[in-house]
Design a protein around this ligand. Structure first.
Ligand code: ADP
Ligand code: TPW
Ligand code: MG
Length: 556
């Protein structure tokens, strides 16, 4: 507790919020200033917190969310009332959906005016508006972003509270609560035994690692379990790198085979949501049995019956498994491992043929090959990735070698996380970031390149410019002169945008130049944007999600 809190003196809401953040170990705030929180941002900075000011609250929120994911401490996003609050809400809701710990703190109008709808400047009942999209929504009170499944929490700060002068003793009791680190949640020993027995009885076992496993920061124990059991594993996209992608037990290159044929699947921090076809056919066998390790009891049985649930935090669960598992107790059958390695070899050869071609203009394979090769030497660089084809090809082609280095569209498949995630990752880690962005995806948060330049962050944005959403060659079916709904500016010079802010822009049309400028810009550790021209016909509509994309059949 700061000294002034021990003996009563006068404070106000501004100081109390800053004290509360500091007492909770928060060192950074991401936000956009304005009435009524301008002075809060200033005070936070004066008191030694780092304040990163954005151009749009959604990006500030995305930065806070990814900071939360990377550090296991809630990331803080500060916004003004009503519209600023709502701009941030997309990021807060996205944090909840993905299980990232984040707190959005927004200024709001006086309660009496809001409740009587008397028409205030930026009036909105924010606390209630936030409720459906958060774990909890409070008016200045305790927060709980990290206990249980992490998620978004909303804190409403009325101008009244901010401005009120208070006696510090009373204020400390009502406003400043210190949040402990999330408590460990130990598994029931019976559940560990049941899971081991099931895995030991399997003919064709599989482990799926999700971003919950990456978030848990139990990297060594997870790797030990995978290696001790010898079970092939599949990383979900943000779990790539938890074990290096070139690990011999990775079944990523035989994904369809292992999903369809595994008889026992152990989910570690991964939900059976749309990213895993809800666990249902045709991608899955109806007889597959599941072990699921998850902190959230309500996740169990939500899409498929789970034969062996282990409700625990992943670190504690892994320790419990390793404590009782005997060497050789679980041993996948050779026939299964051989089938997987044959399929891997077949698919890897097919992929190599695409990667080794050098079409002109570049396509997704040849451009991503350059990025993959540059990053292979630099495993500690963060990769942010969004778009449709840019995302799907990027995930498959760029190998990750360290945990929590790949940050992408996540559970919602949302566009607009790019610059916010890149800034959040660069700020909390001090490490360089490469953001591989579809040209459409980039547009959702593109103005934040000014933020990147203003704070001199070591971020290189690569825009995969195929002139559109999915492709750049779609036609206006009326025959009119407007572009089609999916078409963007042809040959747009995104590289010139960053030059307006004293960053370095590059325009490249071949893989060799891409390799060179990416290498140079990473070495400089200065903000750069590489406008990378991709064949407008190279992508497919909706990337790999064509099955989710309805098409009009009438009149075809
Ligand atoms: P992916 O998209 O990578 O498949 P999901 O976001 O669907 O991953 O699933 C992550 C799961 O991990 C969630 O069900 C969440 O409850 C769980 N989880 C998050 N953190 C922890 C933790 N520390 N311990 C255990 N489970 C966790
Ligand atoms: C908030 C819908 C999914 S993917 C995408 C959009 C607009 C852009 C794809 O084009 P891009 O990538 O980025 O150029 P590429 O390589 O295929 O050409 N609004 C939000 N989220 C989503 N997901 C969409 C719209 C969408
Ligand atoms: Mg595009």
């Amino acid at each position: 507790m700061p000294n002034e809190m021990n003996s009563a003196s006068i404070t106000d809401g501004f100081h109390l919020v800053v004290d509360a953040l500091k007492l909770n170990g928060i060192d950074t705030i991401f936000g956009v200033a304005g009435i009524p929180i301008t002075d809060l941002a200033r005070l936070a900075q004066a008191e030694g917190l780092r304040y990163i000011g954005f151009r749009h609250e959604q990006s500030a929120g995305n930065a806070a969310a990814i900071a939360g994911y990377l550090t296991k401490k809630p990331g803080i996003c500060l916004t003004v009332s009503a519209p600023g609050f709502l701009n941030g809400m997309v990021a807060l809701a996205n944090a909840t959906t993905n299980g990232f710990p984040m707190i959005q703190i927004s200024g709001s109008s006086d309660r009496a005016i809001v409740d009587l709808q008397q028409g205030d400047y930026e009036e909105l009942d924010q606390m209630n508006a936030a409720k459906p999209y958060t774990k909890a929504s409070f008016r200045v009170s305790k927060h709980a972003a990290i206990s249980g499944r992490p998620g978004g929490v909303y804190l409403d700060l009325t101008s009244e509270v901010l401005g009120a002068t208070l006696d510090t003793n009373a204020a400390t009791r009502s406003l400043v609560r210190v949040v402990e680190p999330a408590p460990r949640q130990f598994p029931d020993p019976e559940s560990i035994k049941r899971a081991i027995d099931l895995l030991a009885s399997a003919q064709r076992p599989l482990i799926i690692l999700g971003k919950g496993a990456a978030y848990a920061q139990a990297d060594g124990a997870i790797r030990a379990l995978v290696e001790m059991t010898g079970i092939p594993y599949l990383p979900m996209s943000m779990a790539k790198g938890l074990l290096p992608d070139n690990h011999k037990q990775s079944a990523a290159a035989a994904r369809s085979l292992v999903l369809a044929e595994a008889d026992v699947v152990m989910l570690i921090g991964a939900r059976l949501n749309w990213l895993l076809a809800q666990g249902k056919g045709p991608r899955w066998s109806p007889t597959t049995q599941f072990v699921q390790v998850d902190i959230s009891p309500t996740e169990i049985d939500s899409n498929r019956a789970i034969a062996a649930p282990v409700v625990a935090d992943i670190g504690s669960a892994m320790s419990a498994f390793l404590a009782v598992l005997k060497p050789g107790q679980i041993q996948p059958k050779a026939a299964w491992l051989n089938a997987i390695s044959e399929r891997k070899q077949h698919n890897t050869e097919r992929m190599a043929a695409h990667l080794n071609a050098s079409p002109n203009p570049m396509n997704f394979y040849s451009s991503l090959r350059s990025i993959r090769d540059v990053l292979a030497e630099k495993p500690d660089i963060y990769v942010v990735n969004e778009g449709a084809n840019t995302l799907d090809f990027g995930r498959d082609i760029i190998d990750m070698r360290q945990p929590r280095k790949r940050l992408d569209c996540g559970t919602w498949g949302v566009m607009g996380i790019g610059m916010g995630y890149a800034i959040g990752a660069a700020v909390v880690s001090g490490k360089p970031v490469v953001a591989v962005e579809g040209d459409s995806a980039f547009g959702f948060s593109g103005m934040e390149i000014e933020t990147i330049c203003r704070y001199h962050l070591p971020i290189v944005v690569v825009v995969f410019n195929n002139g559109g959403i999915y492709r750049g060659d779609d036609l206006n079916r009326s025959g009119g002169s407007d572009p089609s709904p999916t078409v963007l500016m042809k040959n747009a010079r995104y590289d010139k945008l960053i030059e307006a802010f004293d960053g370095t822009g590059y325009h490249v049309t071949d893989p060799r130049s891409l390799t060179k400028v990416l290498t140079d810009s990473l070495a400089s550790r200065k903000p750069a944007l590489i406008n990378c021209i991709i064949d407008p016909t190279a992508g497919t509509e909706s990337g790999h999600l064509q099955n989710l994309n309805p098409q009009s059949q009438v009149g075809k």
